[in-house]
Structure formats: C-alpha cells, structure tokens
Design a protein around this ligand. Structure first.
Ligand code: UD1
Length: 424
C-alpha cells in the first residue's frame, strides 16, 4: 500500500540520468532463453517488470546474477521450456516473449496468457499468425497458449495486418534459430526492435532491416554469449521532458538518444518549451505560457502512445482547447477520471480527449490506473496547488527506475510513504 505524496509548486531544475529502456530490456532478457551460454547485460533498469522477468527465468532453471549496478549475467543453459509459473507470467505483458523464445529454442512452447496494463482488448492474433506461418500449431484461449511443431520453426514470409511491436519481437525470437530465412513485412520500427536485433546479432544471429518495416532473419544453428548494453529509455526521458516543461523548469537529461525523442521534442516545442539537443543530452526549458497543441499517437516514429497521458497533463495547463487522439489502443483514457479530481476539464469522445486547458490544478487523492497514467498523475501533482496523494504506485514502479529519488534531485517536494494495510 505504498503511496507517493507530492506538494506541488516546485519548478524542476538540474540534471537527471536516464536509465536503460524497459521495453528493450524485456525482450532482450527473454531472448537470452535462445542462448545456451552466458550473456552479460548492461544498463538494465531497476524496475519491477525486469525484476519479475528475472524471477520468471530463475523459476525455469536459468541463473541470473547481478554483477554490479545495472549489470546482470544471465545463463539459460539449464532452462526448461514450458515450466513458467502462471501467477508470475500473468502479472506482465512482456512474459509473452517466452512464446517466441521457447518455440525458437525447443520447437514448442507452453505459457499462460500474459497480463499487463488494461487498455481495452489486447489480442495476440498477429503473434499466433506469425507462429503458425513458421510451422507451429497453436492452441490458445484466454488462459493459456501452447505451440507445438514437428520440426521446429521454419523460415517463411509474414505480412502483419497492422504494426505491432509485440508480434514483431515474438516472430524475431522464434525465427533466429529457424531453418531457412524469415521475412517480416509491415514490421514495427521502434528503437527497441533495433536494440533486440543488435543484441541477437552480437550473439551470432543474422537479422537485417530492423528499424525499417521489412526485417530479414536468416536462421543460424546456435547463438553464443555476449556482453551488451541496453539503449536509454525514450519514454522515461520523454516523461522528464514533459515534467520540466509543465513545471516551467529547466532540466538536462543525460544518457539519451535525441533522435528517439524527436516526436516528443517537436510537440513540446509546439507547446512553447525550448528543447536543445546535444550528442547524448537534451536540455528542456519550460516557459510560463504553455500553448495548446493537438496530439495523435502512432507507432514509431510517430508520437508514442506511452507518452499520451503525460502530454495530456501538459495540455491541461495550456490556454485553449487541445485534442489528444489515441491511435494505438482502444481504451487509454481511464486516467482522465483521476485528472478531473484535480480540476482538469477533459471530455472523452471515443478515442479522442478534448482538453479545455488553463484551469488550475489542485491537490487530491488519486490513483495510478496504469504505468504511464500513474506517472502522469505525478506530473499533474507537481503542477498542482496543494498536496496530492497517489496510490497504486507499484504500477509506476513497473517501469520507472527511482522516480521519487530522481524528481527529488530535481527539486520536487515528493515522498514515497508506506501506508499500513487496514484490512486484517
Ligand atoms: C508494446 C509496449 C507498450 C507500448 C506498445 C505500443 C512492451 C512490454 N509494451 O506493447 O508499452 O504501449 O508496444 O508502442 O514493450 N494488437 C492486436 N493483435 C496482436 C498484437 C497487437 O490487435 O496480435 C493490437 C494491440 O491491442 C494494440 C496495437 O495492436 O491495440 C499495438 O500493440 P503492440 O504494438 O503489439 O503493443 P504491445 O507489444 O502489447
């Protein structure tokens, strides 16, 4: 029952180091299942989804050993396929990468249906289409997914019906050890897809085209261990950029790849902030007057859906009406109800939120309804008059490395408190 308590009003100032990217670390961790050798992974973020993924692999027979801050050695040589525990797998979305890696290594997979944030229906039909194209027979219901095959995955051509990050990753994992060549068309182009390809290639895989919408995977017989550093987290970076702009502060973000932040940087500039880019640093300076702007989320390189709630908070502070449209998920506005408790005026019509900006935000008791929505509440709290209490913060900790410590360093009045459970 931990909570975050924020006293609003501080402008953020100073420097913050961005951690490794959660959504790159997770597929790379599950990709280690394909490697019967030791892999040393660096720049691993200290977040709950990563810790849980390590425990899932450990429970299946892998050895996962921390060897210093943010570095871990993973050895999946002894891992047994089909042994993941339902109660662990169902806590996160990324556990479905076990399907691709178990199928790739063992020619079969047996994994409980994954969990993750509730953004409406999150089907896995494109993953299944990919596994079937690779020669798998898939039995799936809302509880369990099983893949079997006579000879293991076989190279093939797959054209996804729409762009999906998860299915692109799962097919890459299933195809690296397949016999023959696999071509994925209409593939996702996110930086974490490129990071996964770079990791796999460092282990001896032959993946080309990652970062474009056609990825080619020539199957190899085996992968070897390697040392690999995860890319910086563009969503964590974007979150601090919005926080700087929203509080009218000036924040330097280090350990970033400015190219990955372009859609966020340009939207922030449209809203009146100044973004200065350097090699691996950006500096965001907020202005007193925030301008209205319209946002539509798209797959990369479009504006990321994982930055939508944070940007909506910024636009609550702008004068005028802004429109925020969600182009990736069916339902990603559950946080609006929480924001309205703080004085925001937002109407949701289908996949669009109409934000009537310029209304002052005030402190309230609110809930993190999911990971990014939760951090958006923190940004709103920083800008609100008075004190805000945010509950269900384990959802924020799924993807943010030391958010309270980092914001404190930037001058926020923020604390994490443990509230005793009243039940029992
Ligand atoms: C990943 C990220 C998540 C991010 C999302 C989009 C992880 C662990 N999660 O989620 O933070 O918000 O990318 O950038 O990396 N879909 C189907 N059928 C499928 C697959 C997807 O209908 O087989 C739909 C989804 O419901 C969603 C859309 O396609 O509406 C995009 O999903 P996808 O890109 O696959 O997102 P995830 O991999 O789940």
């Amino acid at each position: 029952m931990d909570k975050i308590i924020v006293k609003g009003g501080a402008c953020l100032h100073g420097s913050v180091e961005i951690s490794g990217m959660k959504n790159a670390a997770l597929p790379i961790i599950y990709a280690c299942v394909l490697v019967e050798d030791k892999c040393i992974i660096e720049n691993v973020p200290d977040v709950r989804d990563v810790a849980l993924s390590f425990n899932i692999l450990r429970s299946m027979g892998a050895t996962v050993t921390p060897i210093g801050k943010n570095t871990v050695e993973i050895d999946c040589t002894e891992l047994k396929g089909g042994t993941s525990k339902r109660e662990m797998v169902q806590k996160i979305r990324a556990s479905y990468y076990l399907l691709g890696s178990e199928f790739g290594r063992f020619g079969e997979a047996n994994v409980a249906y994954p969990g993750g944030c509730d953004f409406g229906g999150r089907p896995i039909d494109q993953h299944i289409k990919g596994f079937e194209a690779l020669g798998g027979t898939v039995n799936a219901d809302c509880d369990h997914v099983q893949i079997s095959s006579e000879f293991g995955p076989r190279g093939t051509n797959i054209f996804f019906d729409f762009v999906t990050v998860g299915a692109t990753i799962n097919v890459m994992l299933a195809a690296v050890l397949a016999e023959g060549t696999t071509i994925i068309e209409n593939a996702a182009r996110e930086p974490h897809i490129v990071d996964l390809a770079n990791f796999l290639n460092t282990c001896g895989a032959r993946v080309s085209g990652a970062g474009t919408d056609v990825i080619k995977i020539k199957g190899v017989n085996s992968l070897h261990g390697c040392t690999y550093a995860i890319i910086p987290d563009m969503i964590e970076a974007g979150t601090y950029m919005v926080a700087a702009a929203a509080t009218g502060g000036c924040v330097k973000l280090t350990n970033v790849i400015p190219k990955h932040l372009e859609s966020v940087s340009s939207k922030l500039e449209e809203a009146g902030a100044v973004v200065d880019e350097y090699d691996d640093t950006v500096i965001v300076t907020g202005k007193e007057k925030i301008r209205k702007a319209n946002v539509k989320t798209h797959p990369y390189p479009g504006f990321p859906t994982d930055m939508q709630p944070q940007m909506a908070v910024l636009l609550c502070l702008a004068n005028g009406v802004s429109y925020v449209s969600e182009g990736v998920y069916e339902k990603r506005f559950r946080y609006v109800e929480e924001l309205t408790k703080m004085g925001a005026v937002i109407k949701v019509a289908g996949r669009t939120a109409v934000i009537e900006g310029g209304k002052p935000l005030h402190g309230a008791s609110v809930r993190a309804v999911d990971l990014r929505a939760g951090v958006a509440m923190v940004i709103a709290a920083l800008c609100a008059e008075g004190t805000t209490e945010i509950s269900d913060i384990h959802l924020i900790e799924r993807g943010y490395d030391d958010v309270v410590g980092k914001l404190k360093t930037l001058g926020a009045d923020i604390e994490k408190v443990t509230v005793p459970d009243m039940i029992g």
